[in-house]
Design a protein around this ligand. Structure first.
Ligand SMILES: NC(=O)c1ccc[n+]([C@@H]2O[C@H](COP(=O)([O-])OP(=O)(O)OC[C@H]3O[C@@H](n4cnc5c(N)ncnc54)[C@H](O)[C@@H]3O)[C@@H](O)[C@H]2O)c1
Length: 303
């Protein structure tokens, strides 16, 4: 089964425009709508993207919140971005109000719509969007640690001298400071990652810090991050539109931890088909519990 491919992007800033460009290159969406509260932001991005329109038959135009609510997929990037030195969680006060407005303005929703949260803090905002939208949880999820996992795979692939696609390993939990690397379940070519001598000699804590701090480093150097997340979102949209059922670490509600954070899930045209119960060491489980309780206490203030 496949679904329609009209995609709305809420928030026509750096992340929204980069996602639109990545989707344009991918040539699988029939139409992309950019929605923002600043009309000049929409007009500027639509005009700029129209210069690249010869690459693809995807139509890119400005749209309203009401039109977005009738699309097949809505990607929510609207929100303030992290300032240098600011954590993702500190963004919540500013971005909660924006999300509330965005969801109210899009209602009533196409009942089959998929809401893909990207704005930060993505785990908390995903939980809030699940509650405010009233849509089934499988249709409302966040990009989570898909980007962090891509960063990890890049790092490990360069250590091992192999393709990133051959590294099966995930960053799980919060898309933020308390995220964990699931070292114990990672593998390459069916061999546990931890059995490779190149990985045994790695300083695992240093790698975890490097992955978790990469966004801060990019923000310090150029003010914002957008290409990586655009690549991730375009892959997720493709997975949904073509019902590819890839396994991706995404922000979803996890019953065992009673919170929204990232675990590997099967993604298809109906949204999240199921959560994969990845085996973790006791230490990894304990760290995830800590991540969950921090997120739960933040969510409790808003729900
Ligand atoms: N999940 C991830 O991995 C990831 C990666 C990078 C950035 N982000 C997040 O994406 C968000 C956007 O970042 P950015 O660099 O594009 O910021 P930006 O400031 O460039 O763009 C934000 C846009 O949102 C718009 N906006 C504000 N309120 C709105 C509303 N109520 N309705 C519609 N549009 C509204 C603004 O006008 C602006 O154009 C931030 O929260 C950032 O932290 C997430």
């Amino acid at each position: 089964m496949s679904r329609g491919s009209r995609v709305a992007i809420i928030g026509a800033g750096s992340v929204g425009a980069s996602i639109a460009f990545a989707l344009l290159l991918q040539k699988i969406s029939s139409e992309i709508l950019l929605v923002d509260i600043v009309p000049e932001a929409i007009e500027g991005q639509v005009l700029d993207l129209s210069d690249a329109n010869f690459i693809s038959s995807t139509r890119v135009r400005g749209g309203t919140f009401q039109e977005a609510g009738q699309c097949d997929i809505v990607v929510i990037t609207a929100g303030a971005k992290q300032k240098s030195g600011e954590t993702r969680v500190e963004l919540i006060e500013r971005n909660y109000k924006i999300l509330d407005n965005v969801i109210r303005s899009m209602k009533p929703f196409n009942p089959n719509i998929i809401l893909l949260l990207v704005a930060n803090p993505v785990d908390v905002l995903t939980r809030i969007a699940q509650k405010l939208s009233g849509l089934p949880e499988k249709q409302v999820f966040g990009s989570g640690t898909f980007l962090d996992s891509a960063r990890l795979r890049l790092k490990l692939s360069s250590e091992l001298g192999i393709s990133e696609n051959a590294v099966h390993g995930y960053v799980l939990g919060e898309h933020g400071d308390s995220q964990i690397i699931a070292w114990s379940s990672a593998h390459v070519g069916g061999k546990p990652l931890l059995d490779f001598p190149e990985i045994q000699k790695l300083d695992k804590e240093a790698v975890a810090k490097e992955i978790a701090n990469k966004a801060y480093k990019i923000i310090e150097l150029k003010g914002a991050t957008y290409f990586g997340i655009a690549g991730c979102v375009s892959m997720l949209v493709q997975c949904i539109v073509l019902n590819q059922r890839h396994i991706r670490p995404l922000s979803v509600y996890i019953k065992e931890y009673n919170c929204v954070f990232s675990m590997p899930v099967v993604l298809g045209s109906n949204g999240v088909e199921r959560v994969v119960d990845v085996s973790l060491s006791e230490e990894e489980k304990n760290n995830l519990k800590r991540s969950a309780s921090a997120l739960k206490s933040i969510c409790a203030k808003y729900l």
